[in-house]
Design a protein. Structure first.
Length: 305
């Protein structure tokens, strides 16, 4: 499954933060202001909570930003029509220094979860509609596709306007290398491989495990990435304690600052070009992001550019 290969370290690694919609607006804004500039590239909002839509959170925060991109990553392909996504994207891109939009099959969509071909088609339609209606050319938004699977990653990479593949809970360097190989084989050495692992700075691993148990069964699912972590999906559904160590090791960045730096560095060396530090961040998300800003990202920037 895994192809042995030696990857050149990206000339410039990118760093972002992802926020869950359960945060109040003041927390979202404080996080946004903390990372605005300061070696960060973007702020993502997850589209998980129907009463806290990521488009709304993104447009609320956008006017306060001066340097970074912002947007919903990822929106299920069948949640909104391509025309609606394109209009939201065009408006967001006028409010912020730049916008991002990720599109995925939709982990929580049940029977409405999109097929691979639907994701590809919806992304095409979003880009076409955006090009038709947008008047701002100084800063084009970036469009990503969210997946941990090789089939959709390969299909998405065939679209030259897709700038990145976002992989939730990617913290396994071997699987990162496997996906990087797939993207390179399509001829898209330029496309970003964006790892978005759950992140928790602190010693209380119970908090990280709580988040993993809550999200992984749906967000990662019975996938090649789960198998690469050595986790049987049936054990995950049965809440077997034996999978906890594997989840923390392969699906998250957890521990003190030094541990976060080392695991992030391993991912970059394996071919990840962009790390987005994800939910839950820490007991206090704002303080956790300050530690990322002051003690994690500067070390990684010094090593990887």
């Amino acid at each position: 499954m895994f192809v042995s290969s030696s990857f050149p370290v990206p000339s410039q690694a990118l760093f972002s933060v992802a926020l869950e919609g359960d945060k109040d607006f003041e927390t979202c804004l404080a996080v946004a202001k903390t990372i605005d500039g300061n070696h960060f590239y973007s702020l993502h909002f997850y589209e998980h909570l129907p009463w806290r839509p990521a488009w709304s959170l993104s447009t609320a925060v956008a006017p306060y930003l001066k340097h970074i991109r912002v947007g919903p990553v990822t929106v299920p392909a069948n949640l909104y029509s391509p025309a609606v996504n394109a209009r939201f994207l065009a408006y967001l891109n006028t409010l912020a220094p730049g916008a991002v939009l990720g599109v995925s099959r939709g982990a929580y969509m049940g029977e409405k979860r999109a097929m691979i071909s639907e994701v590809v088609e919806k992304v095409k339609m979003i880009v076409e509609e955006y090009s038709r209606i947008s008047w701002r050319v100084s800063s084009e938004p970036e469009v990503y596709v969210g997946t941990s699977g090789p089939k959709l990653a390969r299909a998405a990479a065939s679209l030259d306007y897709v700038k990145g593949i976002v992989v939730d809970n990617l913290a396994n360097p071997r699987y990162a290398q496997y996906l990087r190989n797939i993207l390179d084989e399509t001829g898209r050495k330029d496309i970003q491989l964006i790892a978005r692992p759950f992140t928790y700075i602190g010693e209380e691993m119970d908090k990280l495990l709580e988040a993993l148990w809550s999200y992984v069964p749906e967000l990662v699912g019975d996938s090649p990435m789960l198998a690469a972590a050595g986790i049987d999906y049936r054990d995950l559904l049965a809440h077997e304690p034996s999978v906890e160590e594997k989840m923390v090791e392969n699906l998250a960045l957890g521990g003190d600052v030094d541990a976060i730096v080392e695991k992030a560095a391993q991912l970059i060396r394996a071919g990840v070009s962009h790390i987005c530090f994800g939910h839950p961040l820490g007991e206090n998300p704002v303080e956790a992001v300050k530690m990322l800003r002051d003690r994690v990202v500067p070390v990684l920037v010094e090593e990887f550019g």
